[in-house]
Design a protein. Structure first.
Length: 269
């Protein structure tokens, strides 16, 4: 097992498609503006690159409106990648589409075969373990199939419950460093982060819990000043990025990329 939970040499992103206006959403708050989304996405990719990481930018997939949320399609660890089996059936084709890009990078690529389902948005990798939140998209069968794969790679997996009416586990949490997690009060109350240092989002700013630590930066959705100030006071280097259009489709910072440091493979650092 080799785990460095927030230091990355690589990332993979996918360009938003014009069909994104038809993307899945829990509550309809209006269609995303594709041009604004593209602007936000460009800043996001540029921010990843600014850390020195190699970023692979995949083309838009018009047949899959939600494919910009690439994290749900795969889990990338140093030793191997695992293609997911999304719980949203219309998104399962996205997983097959990500496989060729992963095969170019990794010597070993596994896949969740089913019948269980699991999405990357429910998986939080820390220095200690892999946390997986069961949700409407990730069920026990999917978790157990993933457990068997990562166990063979030397990883410990712990499954927990995602709060009711929360789409993904990482909707309500993100890793800030090897032992620090940003989380909403409703998720932290479950006790799933025992043994970790937890920073709570400010009241009314729960939506910023989905941020990402990427090398020296915390990529953080714009518009949550109290939590931003709290993180900066704790010494984190926060970089705000517009997320208004992704949020209309229940998307956040982590959803927009796969982040990893591969060992071996044709393109590994």
């Amino acid at each position: 097992m080799s785990l460095r939970s927030f230091q990355f040499t690589h990332a993979v992103t996918r360009k938003p498609c014009r069909a994104i206006v038809d993307g899945i959403r829990a509550v309809d708050t209006g269609a995303p503006d594709i041009d604004v989304f593209l602007q936000h996405h460009d800043v996001y990719v540029s921010t990843l690159k600014s850390t020195g990481a190699q970023v692979t930018e995949l083309p838009a997939l018009e047949e899959f409106p939600d494919s910009v949320f690439i994290e749900d399609a795969a889990l990338c660890l140093p030793e191997a990648a695992i293609v997911m089996r999304p719980g949203a059936e219309p998104r399962r084709g996205e997983a097959a589409k990500i496989r060729p890009a992963l095969d170019e990078i990794y010597d070993r690529v596994f896949a969740i075969e089913g019948p269980g389902t699991i999405e990357g948005g429910d998986i939080l990798v820390t220095d200690k373990e892999i946390l997986v939140g069961r949700s409407a998209r990730t069920n026990r069968q999917g978790v157990e199939e993933l457990r068997a794969i990562v166990g063979g790679l030397g990883y410990s997996l712990r499954d927990v419950e995602t709060p009711p009416d929360v789409l993904h586990f990482k909707t309500d949490c993100s890793l800030l460093d090897g032992n620090t997690i940003l989380a909403t009060q409703r998720l932290a109350r479950s006790g799933c982060f025992e043994g970790y240092r937890v920073i709570h989002t400010a009241e009314g700013e729960e939506a910023c819990a989905n941020s990402i630590r990427f090398n020296d930066l915390v990529l953080f959705p714009a518009g949550f000043p109290q939590t931003q100030a709290l993180l900066e006071a704790q010494g984190f280097n926060v970089r705000t990025i517009g997320n208004s259009e992704a949020a209309k489709l229940d998307g956040g910072m982590s959803c927009l990329s796969l982040r990893f440091s591969p060992k071996g493979g044709s393109d590994a650092a």
